[in-house]
Design a protein around this ligand. Structure first.
Ligand code: AHG
Ligand code: MN
Ligand code: MN
Ligand code: MN
Length: 323
């Protein structure tokens, strides 16, 4: 079986970017180990602190964040990092070429109940010589990403990533401590009858989203003409992985509770990396009105409405929002 480094080399990934990705993997393998310890490591549960999102941080949010931050800031090819768990972006090396944004632990509400969590990462190239502690250098749209991926910490630890030439799946072989290639060129089925959304927020959605979900629930007799199933795992990494393997549509839509009205998910380290992966696997990823990777970021913690997955189903939801 091919190791990650062999696949990256075969994909023509340059040595500097390869080292950045390998450092992300070093941190993720450590996160996987710590998660596998569960209660034994004494690091489950919440801290007393709140992050810039207004969420109470889990101990593993902070531990995962520190592992990724420390190794990447020390990498000579990294200009800076941006994280869900850091108020501001952090400078690496002034002559570093790459910017890395990450969600160190996605699905944190699952951590204390031993359910799926993941790490999401995105790599951009610095377009000028601004320091990495100035968020401006990160504010590029998703089409500028040179790499994107996630690690899903489940029964096995899986890496799914793209450098722009399709999406590959790697499984962590704990005997050798390496991610090995286990599925190449993932393709999302173009159609689906399985939607994922947090139904408890229905009263906060826009009418167009309410109408689409109402029509899904009407099943075969409704305008969508098929019986839909529903899933909700409360971990974007787990939802996206299910969609990559068997199709589906995942939505975290506009929400009238927020000043930005953009819902819960963050553009730079959830929306954009997952959109690159989904589009590279033949799927689609939209705000409901435009491709997520065309959204111009204003800040490192910008939120974005998310409708992603099987491209023909995403097209239907976009039609509800734009007709
Ligand atoms: P995070 O744990 O990194 O803050 O992200 C959680 C996100 C995403 O993973 C998931 O799809 C969504 O929040 C779940 O939201 P609800 O708790 O509202 O269901
Ligand atoms: Mn969070
Ligand atoms: Mn997240
Ligand atoms: Mn998170």
């Amino acid at each position: 079986m091919k190791r990650l480094d062999q696949v990256l080399a075969a994909d023509g990934v340059n040595a500097e970017l390869e080292l950045v990705i390998k450092d992300v993997m070093v941190a993720c393998k450590d996160i996987a180990y710590k998660l596998g310890q569960g209660e034994l490591a004494g690091i489950l549960g919440a801290t007393e602190d709140e992050n810039v999102q207004g969420e109470t941080q889990k101990m593993l949010d902070v531990i995962s964040n520190d592992l990724l931050k420390d190794i990447l800031v020390a990498n000579p090819y990294v200009r800076g990092v941006g994280s869900e768990e850091e108020d501001y972006t952090i400078a690496g090396h002034a002559d570093g070429k790459y910017l890395v944004t990450f969600d160190p632990l996605d699905g944190s509400s699952n951590i204390d109940v031993n359910l799926s969590v993941g790490t999401i990462f995105s790599v951009l190239e610095a377009q000028d010589d601004q320091s990495g502690d100035n968020q401006e250098v990160f504010l590029q749209n998703g089409r500028k990403q040179v790499a994107a991926g996630y690690v899903l910490y489940g029964p096995s630890s899986l890496l799914v990533m793209t450098t722009g030439n399709g999406v590959n799946l790697f499984t962590l072989d704990t005997n050798i401590g390496e991610f090995v290639l286990t599925k190449e060129a993932l393709q999302i089925p173009e159609d689906t009858a399985e939607f994922a959304i947090n139904m408890s927020n229905q009263r906060f959605w826009e009418p167009e989203m309410k109408q689409y979900i109402d029509d899904c629930l009407l099943g075969e007799e409704g305008p969508l003409g098929k019986r839909y199933n529903m899933r909700w795992v409360a971990s974007m990494v787990a939802e996206v992985h299910r969609i990559l393997i068997r199709g589906g549509i995942f939505m975290y839509p506009y929400d009238n509770r927020d000043p930005s009205k953009a819902g819960k998910l963050r553009l730079m380290y959830e929306g954009n990396p997952m959109s690159m992966i989904v589009e590279q696997a033949g799927g689609a990823s939209s705000t409901g009105r435009m491709d997520i990777m065309d959204v111009a970021p204003q800040g490192i913690h910008d939120r974005v409405p998310v409708v992603l997955g099987s491209k023909n189903e995403v097209a239907k939801v976009v039609a509800y929002h734009t007709k």
